[in-house]
Design a protein around this ligand. Structure first.
Ligand code: KIV
Ligand code: ZN
Length: 523
């Protein structure tokens, strides 16, 4: 498919909004999805998998809207191997300048058993559904789910069928993160060598990180001939996540000497989009995460710091600015003006319009009143909070007063705005956070269970902001909320309310589950 000049070009297929968002607790609002799609497009992602249109009205609306607004990238939607899914997918992506339908079916023995199809019946299903997709759209991607645990002969057979039926990209998913680099490469090489028509299509690699090998497996597949990597920002995704976009892109850039491939990604945009995805998904980035972790470019030990001062290359294989991490000496405080804030935020990758800046400036002043010095991490937390507070949220915190100390019981007086109406309550609890959470529960009764409550100090010092993460579960649906404040109890309640708002969005997602595949409506 690719011509000689393009042999070294690897396409980046981002699935943050589909496989990433599918991960329990990573719900994004409609506006957040549009914003992330826009950032992905601006950073040079080749294909954006914008969602799974039949899964819910919300997914359908997001894929349609992203299709309409995106300027450069191919917009792809996911569909199972039935006509209804494929038609719905096409309905959503047809508005894109460059639409793609991505249809899949599980081909391994375990997955074949679920719809109870034998090998021949499944082969027929693949032929029919890929043909149908191709009749609608001239850009069709087909995936044999759990390819790495599918018998090789059968995999070759179904890949050939999909190519003959008109698929233009063949994606090879390592659905459960089971493969290893040598095997990942051998599989792609084997398919390219054995399948008739393989030179007419692009092979893609789609790895999950259950054994921590997703990046290595993806790069091995590229060395063997794959020219599309499927990945997500921050490695977001089900279980241990998907291949992290920032890792494969930076690996190809930094080690171009041994992996002579290029992508179209503007790597200086990585930090900004990483922060935005962490904020809107509610999944914080681990401190020691490669490329985008808080410590990825931090040098603590004396030997390292000494070496860095003499020559940065002693301990740094890439420059922080290559991934959009810029350090300035501008310390912010209560006397800092709007222009300084704008410039500082721009350094951190946030380009704000005048109205947004006005809103953020008010919050910044409130923070600076409570905190002498406002560090970069404080501003990042503040931006995350600003994004989390949506006008459309059903629940909003109006005020909170807690009484705590050695003499119990601890109490909370809380006022929330619920669907536009103010509601107040007085509650007690085992500690101030418990009292405040009890107050939320008595104002907004729900049966969601608290799965995780986590507090981190954003910076050092007793006036540091606390970032709180709260994960809730209700009927198998999970949502994570985050917030930051110099008052830990306020941050806790805001994170709790944030999680509840996300859970309410999840409740609205009433479409079929990916696991409950109905294969009956194929024709
Ligand atoms: O991991 C997987 O197999 C998938 C498919 C739907 C492509 O995400
Ligand atoms: Zn996947």
């Amino acid at each position: 498919m690719t011509n000689k000049a393009d042999q070294d070009r690897v396409m980046i297929f981002d699935t943050t909004l589909r496989d990433g968002e599918q991960s329990p607790g990573a719900t994004m609002s409609h506006e957040e999805k549009l914003e992330i799609a826009n950032l992905l497009d601006e950073m040079g992602v080749d294909i954006i998998e914008a969602g799974f249109p039949i899964a819910s009205e919300g997914d359908f609306r997001a894929v349609s809207e992203i299709s309409r607004q995106t300027q450069n990238a191919v917009i792809c939607g996911l569909a199972r191997a039935n006509y209804k899914d494929i038609d719905r997918c096409w309905e959503a992506v047809q508005h894109a300048k460059k639409p793609r339908i991505h249809t899949f079916i599980g081909t391994s023995p375990l997955h074949r058993a679920i719809p109870n199809l034998n090998m021949d019946e499944m082969a027929d299903r693949i032929h029919e559904t890929v043909t149908h997709a191709r009749n609608l759209c001239d850009n069709v991607q087909w995936s044999p789910m759990d390819a790495t645990r599918t018998e090789e002969d059968y995999l070759c057979r179904v890949v050939e069928i999909a190519i003959k039926a008109g698929a233009t990209t063949i994606n090879i998913p390592d659905t459960v993160g089971y493969t290893a680099p040598r095997e990942s490469a051998a599989l792609i090489r084997m398919l390219i060598e054995r399948v008739p028509g393989a030179d007419e299509v692009v092979f893609a690699t789609h790895c999950h990180n259950d054994l921590g090998m997703a990046t290595a497996n993806s790069l091995a597949a590229v060395e063997a001939g794959a020219r599309q990597i499927e990945c997500t920002i921050n490695g977001l995704g089900e279980r241990a996540g998907n291949t992290a976009l920032e890792e494969v892109v930076m690996a190809l850039k930094v080690r171009n000497d041994i992996m002579p491939f290029r992508t179209g990604i503007d790597t200086t945009r990585i930090m900004n989009i990483s922060r935005r995805v962490a904020a809107v998904s509610g999944f914080p980035v681990q401190f020691n995460k490669a490329i985008v972790g808080k410590n990825a470019f931090a040098h603590e030990s004396g030997i390292h710091q000494d070496g860095m001062l003499k020559n940065a290359e002693t301990f740094e294989i890439m420059r922080p600015e290559d991934v959009g991490l810029t350090e300035t000496n501008l310390v912010m405080g209560k006397h800092s003006g709007r222009a300084a804030l704008r410039s500082k935020l721009a350094d951190l990758g946030y380009d704000l319009g005048d109205n947004q800046l006005k809103d953020v400036f008010v919050r910044f002043k409130a923070l600076a009143d409570r905190k002498k010095e406002v560090y970069d991490d404080d501003l990042i937390a503040l931006m995350r909070d600003t994004a989390a507070d949506e006008q459309s949220d059903r629940l909003q915190l109006k005020s909170l007063k807690v009484v705590c100390g050695t003499e119990g019981p601890q109490t909370a007086d809380l006022t929330l705005i619920v669907d536009g109406e103010e509601k107040s309550v007085h509650s007690t609890g085992d500690g101030p956070v418990d009292a405040a959470f009890n107050a939320v529960k008595s104002i907004f009764a729900h049966k969601a269970r608290l799965q995780l409550y986590q507090v981190h100090a954003v910076t050092e010092g007793t006036d540091a902001q606390a970032t709180v993460s709260v994960r809730m579960e209700e009927d198998g649906k999970i949502a994570t909320g985050q917030s930051a404040d110099t008052d830990t109890v306020v941050a806790s309640v805001k994170a709790y309310v944030n999680a509840l708002n996300r859970l309410l969005i999840r409740r609205e997602k009433s479409g079929p589950d990916v696991a409950e595949v109905s294969y009956k409506d194929v024709s």
